[in-house]
Each structure stands twice: as C-alpha cells, then as structure tokens.
Design a protein around this ligand. Structure first.
Ligand code: PLP
Length: 393
C-alpha cells in the first residue's frame, strides 16, 4: 500500500531470507531442495549452554533485564575481549543487544547523521546497506574482486574517502567472502585512517572463531584505532545460538551510552534466559566449540575441491566463516538448458529451479559476479548439491 512510509518502501527485503522463502515454497510443492542459502550453523547448541539456560529458568531469571545487559554478562564479555582479542573494554563500554544485528542498528542510529557517507567494502553482509540507509546515511561501496581475495586495499580506502565520510563498516572473517584481514592488512587501512581522525569504524567480528588462519586480529587493537572503533560480536555463529538473539559491542563509552539510551526506548534489555546462558558460553574455553570449527574446516576443503572440478567456477580460498563465494561471471551471456544467464541472480535462480539447490546471488552483497554458497550443511548434502550443480552447468 502506498500509505506505507517512504522509509519502508525504499528498504529491500533481506535477499538471504527471500531465497529461503522461495526454497520453502518449492519444497511445499514437493521438490527436494537442498538449502545452502542461510548463514546458520547446522549444529545443536552445546549441552553445557543448554544446561545454563535451564538453570536460569529455575533460578527465576524472568524480570526485565538491565537495558545494557546483566552486569555479570558484561563482566564476562569484558574478560572475553581481553582473553581472545587483547582488547581492554570496561563493562561501561559494553552493550548487550538482541543479536549483533541490533548492535549494528544501534550504532548506525547513534553515529550517522542524514547524508553521512559510510564506506562498505563490497562484498559486504546484506544488512549493512539497508541499516545505513535506515539511519539516512549513504552507503559507498568499494568494489573488490577475487584478485585481491575480496579485500579492500589502503589505496581503495583512500580513494573512497570524502569530506562526508563518517564511517567504515566491514566484517572479518567476511560474510559472504570468508576473507580474513591479516594484521598487516589492517595496519595498512589504519594508516590511511590516521589522516582522517573523524572516521569511525564498525568491526564486525561475529565469525571470529570460525577462522582457519593462524589467528583473528581486531582492528581496535591496531595502534591509534581504539578510540574510534566499535567492535561488534555475538554468539550466533560460534555457539550455534542464532535463535537466542544475543549480540554485543565494545566501544568508546560515549557510544555505548548512546546505544543504551536508544535501546531503552526500543527493545529494553535482551532476553533474560539467553543472557544468563551466554555468560556460561563466553566463560568456556574455546576447546568446547572446537569440534564445530574443525567440522567447518573439513567441509570447506571438500567444497573447494568439488567446486574446483566445475568449469567456470572461479573460487578463492575462504579463510573463515562458512561460505564460499565463487565468481561465476564466465557464464554470463550463455544459455543453459534454454535459460539465458545474464547475471548472478539469473544464475542463482537457475540453480534453484534446475538443480534444486538454493544459493544466494552476489548482487545482494554488492558483488554481481558471484554467488554465495553456505557450507553450514552436512557433508552428504554438500556433495549431493555440488554434484547437482555440476550436472546442470
Ligand atoms: N554480522 C554478520 C557479518 C552476519 O553474517 C550476521 C548474521 O548473519 C550478523 C552480523 C547478525 O548476527 P546476529 O544473529 O547476532 O544478529
């Protein structure tokens, strides 16, 4: 209806959720669809976390929670930042939210003014551009390709900066490319930002633990950056807790305070039971979740090997997260089984309808040459899906 606000009419529907809906529709028609479109671990929540949640219910954690999170949880997050990232965030610099998505939304609304530019190295996570637009900011895409492993170079960053630039948002490990910025690469970006002290950085580290390189580096720890970085993290991916909806930030105190003020008028504090169980999750040693990371690593290698056998798939080696992001532009202009492939959306749709495999077009992530394949699925499903793809291309 055109009685809807301009704001919502201008917003795009999450492409990953749209693809999942389309796959569900085909499944309801009786088709055997393999879904590789969602960014969701296919593991159960580890038992020690479930136990903590059950205990929290029995202990009557049922009242409204502090807007910025339980003090014990913020303490646990503060320790986690120190232990895993060598970052000093006091509890007063931490805000717990209903998923990292809300953390990002809070930051956008408290930092961005109408017309402010936000640099998004593309490919970027689908929601960044719409969240920025909701805050009336202007997303500025910096295109990267497979030749730089889908990472933005310092030269590209420099060239994208204008007097209106307010922020840079990026994820490492990256959704959708799986790319991981090394310390040297982050230092290169920081060197450029040194000359522009009024630019703030959102560092989305939600895939931190799903990292197959020697280690994760936080840009907040790079010299000169701490006072203008908002470090975003959460438990959805590493602990397979997507539905429990807990994310958090570590940030300069004035930003944390503003996020709390905003959240206090929107959702209030995050869910009590989920927060209590996250205290247990974050206090646990990483060895408790290593089995999931090892499994993702193995699957990545299988997927890379199998996709490597398909002509026309140009694949980089993702070093983290659970996605591969093949460049399939060699198919553009070709006709497959009577279907003309003009772009990545056509290709993803073709795979859905002819191979019964759901992926996501790279266009949603700001890269129209690629598709995203999630390997958060069983090895059996992955082998079957890739065999089907191979058969129809
Ligand atoms: N950031 C990135 C890069 C993601 O991929 C996701 C989830 O897909 C999120 C943030 C949101 O996570 P949450 O479930 O904590 O809202």
């Amino acid at each position: 209806s055109n009685h809807l606000s301009d704001r919502i009419q201008k917003m795009s529907t999450s492409a990953t959720l749209a693809m999942a809906a389309k796959a569900r529709e085909l499944r309801n028609e009786g088709k055997d669809i393999i879904g590789l479109s969602l960014g969701e671990p296919d593991f159960n929540i580890p038992d020690f976390i479930k136990d903590a949640a059950k205990q929290a219910i029995d202990d009557n954690y049922s009242s409204y929670t502090p807007v910025d999170g339980y003090a014990e949880l913020k303490e646990a997050i503060s320790k986690k930042f120190k232990r895993d990232n060598d970052l000093e965030y006091k509890p007063s610099q931490i805000v717990v939210s209903t998923g990292a998505k809300q953390s990002l939304f809070n930051v956008a609304l408290v930092v961005i003014n109408p017309g402010d530019e936000v640099i998004l190295p593309a490919p970027y996570w689908v929601s960044y551009s719409d969240i920025v637009k909701l805050a009336e900011g202007v997303p500025v895409e910096v295109k990267t390709g497979i030749e730089t492993d889908f990472k933005m170079t310092p030269e590209q960053l420099e060239a994208a900066i204008t007097p209106k630039t307010k922020m840079l948002w990026f994820s490492s490990p990256c959704n959708p490319s799986g790319s991981v910025y090394s310390k040297a690469e982050l230092e290169g970006l920081a060197k450029v930002l040194e000359k522009h002290p009024d630019i703030f950085v959102v560092s989305d580290e939600i895939y931190e633990h799903i990292n197959f390189t020697s280690g994760h580096v936080s840009i907040a720890g790079i010299e000169g950056m701490y006072d203008r970085v908002i470090t975003v993290n959460g438990v959805s991916k590493a602990f397979a807790m997507t539905g429990w909806r807990i994310g958090y930030i570590g940030a300069p105190e004035w930003i944390a305070k503003a996020c709390t003020k905003l959240q206090g008028q929107v959702t209030s504090g995050a869910n009590a039971i989920a927060q209590r169980s996250v205290i247990t999750a974050l206090e646990a040693p990483k060895s408790k979740i290593q089995y999931m990371i090892d499994e993702f690593h193995q699957r990545r290698d299988i997927v890379l090997q199998l996709l490597g056998e398909i002509e026309g798939f140009n694949v980089n080696v993702p070093e983290g997260a659970f996605y591969v992001f093949p460049d399939i532009s060699s198919y553009f202009g070709k006709t497959l089984n009577g279907v003309k492939i003009n772009n990545a959306s056509d290709f993803a749709l073709y795979l859905l309808e002819h191979a019964n495999v759901a992926t996501v077009t790279g266009e949603a992530f700001g890269n129209p040459s690629c598709i995203r394949i999630s390997y958060a699925a069983s090895e059996k499903e992955l082998r079957e899906a890739i065999a089907r793809i191979k058969a129809v291309v």
